[in-house]
Write a protein that binds this ligand. Structure first.
Ligand SMILES: [Ca+2]
Length: 274
C-alpha cells in the first residue's frame, strides 16, 4: 500500500472517531454513553481460503466456521470453512436473493437477505426448513442464546423472537451522544456485541442493554500490513471489498476476522490498549 493510501484509511478512521468525540458526554447529558476504550487485535495465525466468498455472515460452530455470502463476484451461498481454509458449499442460491447475516441458534441456522425482506431458516446441513417475512432490510445477525439480534443499516440493534421475528426490543447504537448507523456483521461475545462498521476499518463493541459503544479498534493498523499490495489496493478501491466478518470461539476466546472477497481469515484476540 502506498504511504498516501495508508494515511488516507487511517485518516478515515480518525475522522469517524473525531466526529463522534465531538458529542462525548458531559454532566448535562447524562443519557449519553461514556467515552469508549480502545482495543487492539493481536494476530496469532492466518487461514488462507481455497475459495473466496463475499462474506456477509460468519460464525463458529464446532470445529468449523459457517459463512453466508452475497452475490457480488460470486453467488449467495451457505458455506462451511475448516481451520485449513477448505471451503465447502452447503447450499447455492445464485443471485435469487442477496445473502446477508448468519447465526446459529439451537439446531437452526438463520440467514438474512438484504432487501428481499425474508429471513431464511435452515438445518445445519443447509436444508431450508422455513422462512419468515420481515419489514426490515437485513444487514448483520447474531444471537444471545434467546433472541436473534440484527441490524438493518440504521442505528439500532433489534432483538427478535427466533420463531416469529416479533421485535421484543431495540437499542440505539451510540458513540458518546452520536448515533452510529451501518453496523454490519455482528458477533455476540460474553454479553457484548462486536460489530463491523460498514466501509470503515473499525470494529466496535456494543453494550446490548444500552446500545453504548464501550470500545473501538482500528483493524487497518494490524491487518493491512499482513496483506499483499494487490489485496490492499483492492480493499481500498471499493466498498465491496471491505472488512466484514467476525466469529468467536468461546472455547478458547479466539476471534476470526475477515472481509468481503478476502483471501485471509485472521485468527487472534482483542486486548485493551492500555
Ligand atoms: Ca458473526
Amino acid at each position: 500500500m502506498s504511504g498516501v493510501k495508508r494515511y488516507l484509511i487511517m485518516f478515515k478512521f480518525f475522522l469517524w472517531l473525531l466526529a463522534a468525540a465531538a458529542s462525548l458526554p458531559t454532566l448535562a447529558q447524562a443519557e449519553d454513553c461514556p467515552a469508549p476504550k480502545t482495543m487492539v487485535f493481536h494476530v496469532e495465525s492466518q487461514i488462507e481460503r481455497d475459495t473466496l466468498g463475499f462474506t456477509q455472515g460468519l460464525e463458529v460452530h464446532g470445529d468449523v466456521l459457517f459463512e453466508s455470502t452475497g452475490p457480488i463476484d460470486g453467488e449467495t451461498r451457505l458455506n462451511t470453512i475448516d481451520r485449513k481454509g477448505h471451503v465447502t458449499p452447503l447450499a447455492k442460491f445464485g443471485n435469487t436473493f442477496f445473502g446477508e447475516g448468519l447465526t446459529i441458534l439451537g439446531n437452526e441456522m438463520f440467514q438474512l437477505s438484504w432487501k428481499d425482506h425474508k429471513v431464511f431458516v435452515y438445518d445445519l446441513t443447509g436444508k431450508r426448513v422455513r422462512e419468515m417475512p420481515t419489514k426490515y432490510d437485513g444487514w448483520g445477525l447474531t444471537n444471545d442464546g434467546t433472541n436473534l439480534i440484527f441490524t438493518d443499516g440504521g442505528d439500532r440493534l433489534y432483538f427478535a423472537d427466533p420463531q416469529t421475528l416479533k421485535i421484543r426490543r431495540s437499542a440505539p447504537v451510540r458513540l458518546g451522544g452520536k448515533p452510529v448507523p451501518n453496523l454490519n456483521e455482528l458477533e455476540w461475545v460474553d454479553g457484548k456485541i462486536y460489530a463491523n462498521v460498514f466501509t470503515t476499518p473499525a470494529i466496535v463493541r456494543v453494550v446490548p442493554e444500552t446500545g453504548c459503544i464501550d470500545a473501538t479498534a482500528d483493524l487497518s493498523k494490524v491487518l493491512w500490513p499482513r496483506m499483499s499490495l494487490n489485496e490492499r489496493e483492492r480493499l481500498l478501491s471499493s466498498d465491496n471489498y471491505v472488512l466484514n466478518g467476525i466469529a468467536y470461539d468461546k472455547r478458547d476466546g479466539t476471534f476470526f476476522l475477515t472481509g468481503k472477497r478476502w483471501r485471509w481469515i485472521f485468527v487472534g484476540k482483542f486486548t485493551p490498549a492500555d
